[in-house]
Design a protein around this ligand. Structure first.
Ligand code: SAM
Ligand code: FES
Length: 354
């Protein structure tokens, strides 16, 4: 590694594609440690020591799409499907608020059972009954739908672009295009959402050059939140038999995402913790991450939201996950945020309401 790149990182100069590729190719343990330390320093400077907790409610595993990597894809007939009713989702959001979470993330497959009207009603109910910010992660909908959810009180929207390589994107997503994802991300920003996206690491056919472009794309999109997790192979998908992404490459991308984008919210993802249950989240928090999304879905549904096998926290209660996560955060000398953890880039109308 040339001294020059480290100096550029220290003086917060922009890294180009070639430099990102050489950092991503790095394997020397001491150099990797140095990279994580530099990302950690930038994390501390721009987003501080607080970790934001977002309670994740996986409310339906029905999906109209057939993404090649995903365990809840339409054609996976082996999985038992479930849907939570509006009242049940509301009760879960209240439970999350009672645990002290200041954000709930409502995530599902692309399930049109939840009409625009139903979701608007749900968002209003939650805002009325629980003191939380709302993040939606329900896939592709129309501009009008996104605008109505925002008007009803949704603060944030998460939709990953998965890979910045349009050909690879097309191979993995029979029902969508990279172009459409970009259009949606622009809509969400226009409407006023705090907007999150992200990628998977180690997708079959993905190169280091692609990953470097992913990181530059994060910067170009000026995102508020960026999720980076390993691809984990699901046996009941067309990609069965492919290797998983690695924890190491995921940590490198997290660190470089922090170095390049500075003040975004970056979670230590559940997929990374699934690859490394003992210390994946701690490692991510020490390499640039500042968010964790504890699962608060009712236990009876958890095993069925199986995007990938051996997902963690299938049998632990929301209270156990809450205790476990707090312990992990304190063990590395970090603190837990008591605020909503809104975007550090801008305040949207919905965000100001709190
Ligand atoms: N339907 C919504 C969407 O597509 O944005 C939200 C749910 S989707 C299942 C959430 C994320 O799970 C995807 O963006 C994808 O990155 C991740 N995911 C799906 N299958 C995965 C796998 N096999 N390994 C790791 N992550 C996976
Ligand atoms: Fe669920 Fe650790 S977060 S058991």
């Amino acid at each position: 590694m040339t001294k020059n790149i480290w100096e550029k990182i220290d003086s917060e100069q922009e890294l180009n594609h070639e430099e990102l590729c050489s950092l991503l190719a790095m394997e020397n343990a001491e150099q990797l440690e140095l990279l994580y330390q530099k990302a950690d320093k930038i994390r501390k400077k721009y987003v501080g020591d607080e970790v934001h907790l977002r309670g994740l409610i996986e409310f339906s595993n029905y999906c109209r799409n057939n993404c090649l990597y995903c365990g809840i894809r339409r054609d996976n007939k082996k999985i038992k499907r479930y849907r939570m009713q509006i009242d049940e989702i509301l009760d879960t959001a209240i439970l999350a608020a009672n645990l002290g979470y200041k954000t709930v993330v409502l995530q599902s497959g692309e399930d049109m059972y939840y009409t625009t009207d139903k979701l608007v009603e749900l968002i209003r109910f939650i805002k009325k009954n629980a003191d939380v910010a709302i993040t939606l992660s329900i896939g592709e909908r129309s501009y009008e739908d996104y605008a109505r959810f925002f008007e009803a009180g949704a603060d944030r929207y998460l939709i990953r672009f998965e890979t910045s390589n349009p050909e690879l994107y097309a191979k993995l997503h029979p029902d969508s295009s990279f172009e459409n994802r970009m259009k949606i991300l622009n809509w969400l920003k226009q409407i006023g959402y705090q907007t999150g996206s992200g990628v998977m690491i180690g997708l079959p056919g993905q190169s280091i050059e692609d990953l470097a472009r992913d990181i530059l794309k994060f910067k170009e999109l000026d995102l508020d939140m960026i999720g980076v997790g390993p691809y984990i192979c699901h046996p009941d998908t067309p990609l069965a038999g492919n290797p998983n992404g690695t924890a190491e490459m995921t940590l490198k991308v997290i660190a470089l995402t922090r170095i390049v984008t500075k003040n975004t919210h970056i979670p230590a993802t559940t997929a990374l913790a699934t690859l490394r249950p003992a210390d994946g989240r701690e490692k991510a928090l020490k390499a640039g991450a500042n968010v964790i999304m504890p699962n608060v879905s009712p236990i009876k549904y958890r095993e069925y939201y199986e995007l990938y096998p051996n997902k963690i926290c299938i049998r632990e209660t929301e209270r156990q996950c809450n205790d476990c996560i707090k312990r992990r955060i304190y063990s590395i000398g970090r603190t837990i945020s008591k605020g909503y953890g809104h975007s550090l880039k801008k305040k949207t109308d919905n965000a100001i309401a709190f």
